[in-house]
Ligand binder design. Structure first.
Ligand code: KG4
Ligand code: ZN
Length: 327
C-alpha cells in the first residue's frame, strides 16, 4: 500500500510518501515568518500553507519516485490544530482524493505523534507514551491500536510551550526548545533549582509556574548577566522540565504495569529527556521507543504511518470529513 501523508496543523507544511519499503520522502516546509512575532500567527500560517502545499506534495512524490496514480490512500491531519491551517491541508487532500478517486483517511495529529514510533520499530502493546509537544503534554496508555486512555495531561502550558516562553524571557528566538537543549549541554543543571510543579502528585502536569519563576529570577538581572549565564539557565530549566516528565512517566508505568514505554512529539527530540528515558528504561527493565529526530517534530511521515494503520483497519473517511481544532 502506497500512502501520501499530508500535515498542516500548525506552522509546518509537510508531505510524505510511505510504501511497503518504508518512508520514501518526508518533505517539511517550515514557516520562518513567525520568528519575528515570537510565536505562530494563525492567519499568516494558513496563508503560508496555501502558498507551499502544492510544491511540498509534488516534491514528496518526486523524491519518492512515486506518481499520484500509484498512491492508494491519502492520509491527512484532521485535528487538533489551528483551524485555518488544518483547512488548507484537508481541502487540498479532499481535492486530490476526489479528482483521482483515492480513498482518504483523517488522522488525529496527537495519535500520529504516538504512531511515529512505528515508522522504524514495532512497540508492543500495551505501552505508555509520553507525548510532549508545543501544544500538548500527555501521558497516554495505549492499550491496542487506537484504543487510548489519557492518564494525565497539562493543566496549563505544554512542555514545549514552557521551553518556548522561557526561551523568549531569556532573549532566545522562537521556537526556543531546540536552542535551549543545545545551550543546556554546556551548562550546570544545579545552577538554580527551579520549581517542579505537582512532581509528587498524580499524573497531571503544570508548567505555567515555572515560566513565572524564570521571569522573576531574571527580571532584575541585566541582559549581559543573562547572556553570560545562558548555558546554566537553560540547563537548570531543562532539568526542571525533564525531571517532572520522567518522574510522571515512571509513576504511569507503575500504575499500569506496562513493560514498554515511548516518547513522542517535538520535545521528545530533547537530549536530556531522551537520556533520562533511557536510564528509566534500564532501571525498570522496560523496552523504550523514541522516534528519530525528524519524526519527533511535526512531519507528514507520522501522518502517513497512522493513515496506513487506519486503512488496514478499514477506517476510511469520506469527503464530508471536517477539521477539528481540538479533538
Ligand atoms: O510536535 P511539534 O513539532 O509541534 C506541535 O505539535 O506542537 O513540537 C514543537 C515543540 C516546540 O515547542 C519546540 O520548542 C519543541 O517542540 N522542541 C524541543 C526540542 N525540539 C523541539 N524542546 C526541547 N528540546 C528540543 N530539542
Ligand atoms: Zn505536533
Amino acid at each position: 500500500m502506497n500512502i501520501l501523508g499530508i500535515e498542516s496543523s500548525c506552522d509546518d507544511t509537510s508531505a510524505s510518501v510511505l510504501t511497503a519499503e518504508g518512508v520514501q520522502s518526508n518533505v517539511i516546509a517550515s514557516q520562518s515568518i513567525h520568528v519575528k512575532f515570537g510565536g505562530v500567527v494563525p492567519e499568516l500560517a494558513s496563508r503560508a500553507h496555501q502558498t507551499t502545499i502544492t510544491q511540498t506534495v509534488e516534491q514528496a512524490l518526486e523524491e519518492a519516485e512515486v506518481s499520484l496514480e500509484e498512491i492508494d490512500v491519502i492520509a491527512v491531519t484532521q485535528g487538533p490544530g489551528l483551524m485555518g491551517s488544518l483547512l488548507v491541508g484537508l481541502c487540498f487532500a479532499k481535492g486530490l482524493a476526489l479528482s483521482r478517486s483515492i480513498p482518504i483517511v483523517g488522522v488525529n495529529h496527537m495519535d500520529a505523534h504516538i504512531y511515529a514510533n512505528f515508522i522504524d520499530s514495532e512497540p508492543k502493546f500495551p505501552f505508555v507514551c509520553l507525548t510532549v509537544s508545543g501544544g500538548h503534554t500527555q501521558l497516554v496508555y495505549v492499550k491496542s491500536p487506537f484504543d487510548h486512555e489519557i492518564l494525565g495531561k497539562t493543566r496549563d502550558d505544554a512542555a514545549g510551550e514552557a521551553f518556548d516562553k522561557i526561551g523568549k524571557i531569556f532573549g532566545l528566538p522562537y521556537p526556543a526548545g531546540a536552542i535551549m537543549d543545545k545551550l543546556a549541554r554546556d551548562g550546570d543543571t544545579g545552577f538554580h533549582k527551579f520549581p517542579q510543579a505537582l512532581v509528587n502528585e498524580g499524573l497531571d502536569f503544570s508548567f505555567s509556574g515555572l515560566k513565572t519563576s524564570a521571569l522573576y529570577f531574571v527580571q532584575d538581572k541585566k541582559e549581559d548577566w543573562i547572556k553570560e549565564h545562558l548555558n546554566d539557565l537553560c540547563a537548570s530549566i531543562s532539568e526542571a522540565i525533564t525531571e517532572v516528565l520522567i518522574k510522571k512517566l515512571k509513576r504511569a508505568v507503575k500504575q499500569t504495569g506496562v513493560k514498554t514505554i515511548a516518547l513522542a512529539g517535538g520535545v521528545s527530540a530533547n537530549s536530556v529527556l531522551r537520556e533520562k528515558a533511557e536510564k528509566l528504561a534500564e532501571e525498570m527493565n522496560l523496552s523504550l521507543h523514541v522516534p528519530k529526530l525528524s519524526y519527533c517534530t511535526d512531519n507528514a511521515a507520522m501522518i502517513a504511518i497512522t493513515g496506513k494503520m487506519k486503512a488496514e483497519l478499514e477506517q476510511f473517511d469520506d469527503l464530508a470529513m471536517k477539521p477539528f481544532a481540538s479533538l
